[in-house]
Design a protein around this ligand. Structure first.
Ligand code: EPZ
Length: 418
């Protein structure tokens, strides 16, 4: 399953460049189905999830080639409307193919993605939005079968600003007849990147990044070239790595605006952060202060994908922090692993009370989900002695490009074992 062996205590120093965003590139790869032509996509990170999605595109008939961090997808010709079942169950975010296939072919058969380690991950908002566009959707025997002659623009109000539902509705609505508005849309930067990609292939979308997105359906699309935005969660993870080791790191090629909610919490914990045009530098010369409340919220609030990493930092802080995880119902699995390392954490439903300890101790811990696994690596960097983080290729390598190598280049004592 692969494990990282970490000898803690080294201060991280140096600089690194942040890779393209996993949560931007996945919907953009799905969107490359829509134009039935070529899509040239730059700044694609080397991740398991990217490989999974690209292989799914190939399995339905797309052609692709990688040149460094650029992928070229050719979606010309008829594609198979049956999405392969196994990868959908392994990577639930591939449900994003549903909207793209409807946008192109007005039909798709895809298996229910099911839940994952952090929660049930229902898709009711996706399905109700697509039905409002005119899709006939039958859910049977674990499959979702969508079909319609035409999609029609409509007013859609999301009960919750779901990222995936917003993306799926955008992908289907680009070729609907008439105008679609999505109200209470997700405002994440990855939605804006998807809008930019779709508009470059001929779509007419405005409003991404706000709560109301307007999509004017069009009938034809052309080739597209696009560069994916940097990964704000990966940037935040390395910022915490600098803070938890009392180091000083320059993080390059990011969009500082996208990590403002993360930076503000790190500033509250006593880190010194300087913002430049596309870079930040972060240092923390002493034990961090506890941040009273860390409540995860949809963007531009504090991101749920940084909750675990921030918890690792607060485990070593001076004082007590209270986390409130409002997005997912089961996103504290890393807590029991951190407790094995000497952390003082109590879970009460959606709340986690973290009382900072002077030092964490190295232990053999298990990553249970992507961001929780990253948090255990961060804790290992600061812990006394050796930490083994297990199951890294199951989880961590899905969302972090060469995490061990990049940390080693910053001075961490970390090696990967098969
Ligand atoms: C995206 O997941 C991200 N994944 C997640 O990142 C991220 O944590 C999440 O958005 C929130 O920011 C990708 O972009 C690939 P949601 P998504 O739909 O789209 C409920 C990572 O670590 N909900 O905004 O699945 C749902 O149960 C991953 O990179 C419904 O109830 O998130 C959850 O409680 C983890 N019905 C909440 O909304 C629906 O139809 C947020 O889900 C859809 C969602």
């Amino acid at each position: 399953m692969g494990m990282y062996i970490i000898n803690g205590g080294n201060r991280l120093e140096g600089e690194l460049r942040i890779e393209g965003s996993k949560n931007a590139v996945l919907p953009i790869l799905a969107a490359s189905i829509i134009n039935g032509k070529n899509s040239i996509i730059h700044n694609v990170p080397y991740l398991k999830d990217v490989n999974t999605l690209v292989s799914m595109l190939e399995s339905i008939g797309c052609k692709y080639s990688f040149v460094g961090n650029t992928v070229i997808v050719d979606s010309t010709g008829d594609l198979d409307i049956n999405i392969p079942e196994k990868p959908v169950r392994e990577m639930r975010s591939s449900i994003i193919l549903m909207g793209a296939m409807l946008g192109r072919f007005k039909k798709v058969k895809i298996s229910f993605p099911g839940g994952c380690e952090i929660g049930l991950r229902p898709i009711d908002l996706h399905l109700s939005g697509l039905r409002l566009l005119g899709a006939k959707i039958v859910e049977s025997h674990g499959y979702i079968i969508c079909e319609c002659d035409k999609l029609y623009g409509n007013e859609i109000h999301l009960d919750y600003p779901s990222v995936g539902a917003t993306e799926n509705i955008m992908l289907a609505a680009v070729s609907a007849e008439g105008v679609t508005t999505i109200q209470n849309a997700a405002r994440e930067p990855e939605i804006v990147d998807l809008q930019d990609f779709l508009n470059k292939m001929g779509a007419k979308i405005t409003g991404a990044g706000s709560s109301t997105i307007r999509i004017q359906g069009v009938t034809s699309f052309h080739d597209v070239e696009h560069t994916v935005i940097p990964d704000r969660i990966v940037a935040g993870t390395y910022a915490v790595a600098a803070a938890i080791t009392g180091g000083k790191v320059v993080i390059r090629d990011i969009i500082p605006e996208h990590i403002k909610p993360i930076i503000s919490k790190l500033g509250e914990s006593g880190c010194k952060i300087y913002r430049y045009d596309k870079d930040i530098s972060i240092s923390c010369s002493r034990r961090p202060n506890a941040v009273d409340i860390i409540k995860t919220m949809p963007y531009p609030g504090f991101p749920t994908d940084m909750q675990a990493q921030m918890m690792a930092l607060m485990c070593t802080a001076r004082g007590t922090s209270i986390f409130i995880e409002t997005i997912f119902e089961n996103r504290y699995k890393h807590a029991e692993e951190l407790i094995k390392m000497g952390a003082n954490i109590k879970i009460e439903g959606r709340a986690a009370i973290v009382k900072g300890v002077n030092k964490l101790m190295g232990a053999h811990v298990f990553s249970r989900d992507l961001r929780g696994g990253a948090a255990l690596v961060l804790a290992g960097l600061a812990a006394e002695g050796t930490t083994i983080v297990d199951n890294v290729d199951l989880h961590i390598e899905r969302g972090y490009e060469n995490l061990d190598i990049k940390l080693k280049n910053l001075g961490a004592d970390i090696t990967k074992e098969k």
